[in-house]
Design a protein around this ligand. Structure first.
Ligand code: PLP
Length: 378
């Protein structure tokens, strides 16, 4: 099977697995325990925190380990729901992952306002600056890159706009980390990430919080993580996550051709040539080097999926969380695609191990399946 669904989850890389095994066998204590075995776990955790802080460009104490990005993102919304005054709004982009979007609606109801995006899938900066001249929300949240389309958001510019209005800025960096350099993300007030998108294990992630701030915990019942997140830290999975991120950061420094997305671009050219009527979503915007979101010219979405599956390609219809849902993607709806168009979308997301011939094989498989669907119709 050639795997083109890395935005849903990526295979655990060998070094991450080995680090997990080694830590499980050798670091058996609880980091909060008052003896040498506990101290060993505490030191390992401290080193992992320093490593992540170094990549992000923040202080080690600003890192809170979580069970993943869903928990990290819910923690942000929960914290602001407890600390903002009852009239304050939170503004998030209209293309956030459901764990931001639904949690904002859950905690803020109508006080959650959505920042529109253009047809190319980038948030509307003019809207943001205009609205900010009249109103100050309690929080602005815009993801670094979208999970369905791969469209990169201008998070550095948004950060600087928010700083000039003294509004805290939160970014969900789940799809960015491990694909693009983490550097500078630490300047954002809140940043979330999850290991399983870049070759680490599932069920582990983090939240970066503002320096020396106290965050209202979502999980209570323990003083771990400086009182911000109760529960015994999973040292082995944290070390494993950091082993994966360290390798990805090294790969980025040495693989400029991958970061330029040349193979993906060639694939898109082939796709548009072989499948007349196909559309690349967000084609005019800067996008992650690994992601292609395309509207197929004809044929039901699930038919494409099952034919590709049989041909040995694992692809997706959008985000893994929306697969199988009847409603069209809220991301494509925000980009003004009609429901009928959104139902034609397929997402192809590669990983570091995907090579040029995998992209080529996928393009050929799509052309073949298109021929079959077309002939069955005529
Ligand atoms: N944010 C984004 C952009 C994602 O793509 C995902 C997962 O698909 C999440 C958050 C949630 O991550 P997790 O399921 O690891 O908690």
């Amino acid at each position: 099977m050639i795997y083109f669904d890395h935005n849903a989850t990526a295979p655990v890389m060998r070094e991450a697995r080995e680090t997990w095994l080694h830590a499980t066998e050798n670091i058996s204590g609880n980091p909060s325990s008052p003896h040498q075995t506990g101290a060993r776990a505490h030191i390992a955790l401290r080193e992992a925190r320093e490593k992540l802080a170094h990549f992000l460009g923040c202080h080690a104490n600003d890192i809170v380990w979580t069970s993943g990005a869903t928990e990290a993102n819910n923690t942000v919304m929960h914290h602001f729901s407890r600390t903002l005054d009852v009239k304050s709004e939170v503004w998030i982009s209209a293309i956030e992952h459901p764990c931001v979007d639904e949690s904002a609606k859950h905690y803020f109801g109508k006080r959650a306002k959505f920042i529109p995006v253009t047809h190319d899938g980038v948030i509307d900066l003019d809207w943001l600056t205009t609205e900010l001249t009249d109103t100050r929300p309690g929080l602005v949240g815009v993801m670094t890159a979208n999970n369905e389309t791969g469209v990169i958001q201008p998070w550095r510019e948004i950060l600087s706009i928010c700083q000039s209005y003294e509004v805290p800025f939160f970014t969900d960096a789940v799809q960015w980390l491990g694909k693009m350099p983490a550097k500078d993300l630490g300047q954002c007030d809140f940043v979330s990430g999850a290991a399983h998108k870049f070759g680490g294990p599932r069920g582990i992630g983090f939240l970066k919080i503002p320096h020396k701030s106290h965050i209202t915990p979502l999980l209570v019942g323990g003083k771990q993580e400086q009182g911000v997140r109760a529960g015994t830290e999973n040292v082995a999975t944290i070390l494993s996550m950091m082993a994966a991120l360290e390798i990805r950061e090294q790969q980025m420094a040495n693989s400029q051709h991958i970061l330029r997305g040349v193979w993906r671009e060639n694939f898109e050219k082939q796709l548009l040539r072989e499948l007349p009527g196909a559309t690349i979503v967000g084609a005019k915007s800067p996008r992650l080097w690994n992601t292609v979101s395309a509207l197929m010219p004809e044929g039901a979405q699930l038919r494409w999926l099952s034919k590709l599956d049989k041909a040995g390609f694992a692809v997706s219809t959008g985000s893994a969380c929306t697969t199988g849902k009847e409603e069209p993607s809220h991301v494509l709806a925000a980009m003004h695609f009609k429901p009928a168009e959104a139902h034609r979308v397929l997402r192809f997301s590669s990983g570091w191990e995907t090579n040029e011939s995998d992209w080529d094989a996928l393009a050929k498989a799509l052309a073949k399946i298109h021929g079959e669907i077309y002939h069955a119709k005529t």
